[in-house]
Design a protein around this ligand. Structure first.
Ligand code: GLN
Length: 243
């Protein structure tokens, strides 16, 4: 194949809730349907490989416990690598616990402080009431402008610093904190969201936006042939109508 994306699934052993890893299958499949290769590498805790070879990095969600388990490994150098890759324009899709990890810190409801990587200017504080349910949001124009339907389940309330753009605006549900109407964060090619599980199959426009960003960065051009998304769009519309 003429073009290929190298995809890294970071911390699949601890950050992979509700089938988050299905997002990788979706990205890979939508690339292969277009004749673009996809090579997926898993880097669990303790893996020695660097992030340098990758065009796209995926980090899923995890409960407070898993987020604490990986801290030692994170601060053994992964934190610096992640920050460098983000600054270099590598595409990141980070979900819930993985998204929170991109910020400065997370203080759990029972007062435990997790120091994260500070790649983007956000902090998260655990609350008593979990924010659970199907939800939807409208992505900002710079994040492609599509409407995303998803499932959220978090106690953390995330607050963005003044200069950080959200990923979108909540249309139904809680999003970042249930207060300010923002959902997720977008910085360079880093996309953080609370949308759990395999979010990409039922949000094909959002998936293609990520793939296009990675291909453009790598090859300076991107020709993603249109696909027949009738089934995917029907799933999206059905869930959207229910929410
Ligand atoms: N532990 C975090 C929270 O509850 C993240 C949860 C998750 O990834 N589902 O906010």
């Amino acid at each position: 194949m003429e073009q290929e994306l190298k995809i890294c699934h970071l911390y699949p052993d601890v950050l992979n809730l509700y089938g988050d890893g299905g997002n990788i299958l979706c990205m890979k499949r939508r690339l292969l349907w277009r004749g673009v290769g996809a090579e997926v590498t898993k880097l669990p805790i303790g893996a020695s490989g660097s992030l340098a070879p990758y065009d796209l990095v995926f980090i899923g969600g995890g409960q407070d416990f898993e987020q604490q388990v990986l801290l030692e490994d994170l601060h053994r150098g992964r934190d610096r690598e992640i920050r460098a890759a983000i600054e270099d324009g590598v595409v990141f899709l980070t979900i819930c616990g993985g998204y929170q990890m991109m910020g400065h810190w997370y203080e759990t409801y029972d007062g435990k402080r997790c120091d994260f990587i500070g790649a983007i200017d956000l902090t998260t504080v655990g609350g008593k009431k979990r924010m659970i349910g199907n939800y939807k949001f409208a992505c900002t124009p710079s994040a492609g402008g599509s409407t995303v339907v998803g499932f959220e389940n978090h106690s953390g309330r995330t607050y963005l610093g003044a200069g950080l753009e959200p990923l979108g605006k909540v249309l139904a549900g809680f999003g970042n904190n249930g207060e300010d109407g923002t959902e997720g964060a977008h910085y360079k090619n880093l996309f953080g969201t609370y949308s759990h599980g395999p979010m990409l199959p039922k949000n094909p426009a959002f998936c293609d936006m990520l793939l296009a960003a990675a291909l453009e960065r790598k090859y300076g051009r991107c020709e993603l042939a249109p696909l027949d998304d009738a089934a995917e769009q029907a799933a999206h519309d059905e869930i959207s109508a229910r929410i």
